[in-house]
Design a protein around this ligand. Structure first.
Ligand SMILES: [Zn+2]
Ligand SMILES: [Zn+2]
Length: 383
């Protein structure tokens, strides 16, 4: 039997200490192999529907929060200040666009279709004409929200057909919210949703809206293979770094790059120090966030291995390390890999250094399904 095997069984992980903090330029998460990691918010309101801020503020907030891409999505069927602001659905977009171009932020043209019956609220992204979304299901939409008594299905489908004509992307906003009092998942994913899905029109769902994680929406995303979103749905001013973020894994930082990523489901959701997404995406984001270095230490003829893990992301990772070694100093192998800090592990009693060592990691605050967190491995070269 090779000494290396003995070595592995003798390693003891014996200390975990954050050493120093560094500053890096990357906001939220570094790029992953093959893709740029963009931060976005695809659901916001201004005074051009029922929000209470001017469109330029939304762009300034996005710049402050380190976002790359946003969509301001006014209710197409609700006018909050009918007596004060002349209805021009493109106007809010035009005002925001000038500010977005100055600040290098991509602005996606979009709207929110918001009847209070199924298919409920949906955002349209990559719209081309904001005047082309009919809302024949409304009786009065000026400073009030009154729907007709007898609404035809064709009236509810009409704005989605407009989205289809524009080659736009549709996502289901905040399923289960508010006033329609659903009693189970089936009422939330109705025949109309099934129809939109089969036509290739419904492509995404808000797993997080505001600060709220929605397990029903997460299940929907998995079951129907929908793109996951985490959006603020802001109506008022947003405090710094308070919003959820849709992480977009795009080939490049362009409208077309974001569009391609969203249509191909390459997103994840960051909210409240939690990352939610599909395993390959969040695993890549976790690994790209870590700079791992090793150092051999000779402590009185008892070799040790120091593993330093620097977390480049803006998120703390709540991890459990599992190895074949005895973890007698680190209860259950638990520690926090703090944002912009280095965590150091000392593997003790190494009789002979292996070429690599594997740390199995469970990351408690990376969620890969409604029931599971991320389980992965870090293969660390020993140098
Ligand atoms: Zn809504
Ligand atoms: Zn909204």
């Amino acid at each position: 039997m090779k000494m290396q095997l003995i070595t592995l069984t003798c390693l003891v992980l014996c200390a975990v200490t954050p050493i120093y903090a560094q500053k890096t330029d990357a906001r939220w998460f570094p790029d992953i192999p093959g893709y740029k990691t963009l931060a976005g918010d695809f659901h916001m309101h201004t005074v051009f529907s029922d929000g209470h801020v001017w469109p330029t503020l939304r762009v300034q907030e996005a710049a402050r929060d380190g976002l790359d891409v946003i969509a301001i999505t006014e209710h197409t069927d609700y006018e909050g200040y009918a007596d004060d602001i002349e209805r021009n659905r493109e106007r809010g977009y035009e005002i925001a666009l000038e500010e977005a171009e100055k600040r290098g932020i991509l602005l996606i043209k979009g709207v929110e279709i918001s009847p209070r019956v199924a298919p409920y609220h949906n955002n349209v992204l990559f719209a081309t004409d904001l005047d082309a979304f009919p809302y024949g299901y409304m009786k009065d939409s000026q400073g009030t929200f009154i729907m007709k008594d007898n609404i035809k299905e064709s009236e509810l489908l009409a704005p989605f057909e407009a989205a289809e004509k524009q080659g736009a992307f549709v996502l289901y906003n905040h399923p289960s919210y508010g006033w329609w009092v659903p009693s189970d998942d089936r009422e939330l994913f109705t025949d109309i949703h099934q129809n939109l899905l089969e036509r290739g029109l419904l492509g995404g769902v808000e797993v997080v809206n505001g600060g709220r994680y929605n397990v029903i929406a997460h299940r929907m995303a998995m079951k129907y293979d929908l793109t996951m979103f985490g959006n603020s749905d802001a109506h008022w001013g947003l405090p710094e770094n308070s919003r959820p973020i849709t992480i977009v894994l795009a080939k490049d930082k362009t409208q077309e790059g974001v569009r391609e990523a969203i249509f191909n489901r390459r997103t994840a959701v960051y909210s409240n120090n939690m990352l939610i997404g599909r395993t390959p995406h969040v695993d890549a984001l976790f690994k790209a966030s870590l700079d791992i270095t090793t150092k051999k230490i000779d402590a009185k003829n008892r070799p040790q291995l120091e593993i330093s893990i620097y977390n480049k992301s803006d998120m703390d990772f709540d991890v459990n390390f599992k190895t074949d070694f005895i973890l007698d100093v680190l209860p259950l192998g638990k520690t926090i890999l703090k944002s912009k800090e280095t965590t150091t592990l000392i593997l003790d009693a190494v009789w002979e250094y292996p070429e690599t060592t594997t740390l199995k990691v469970e990351v408690q605050n990376i969620v890969v399904s409604p029931e599971e967190h991320l389980k992965t491995e870090l293969i660390v070269p020993v140098r």
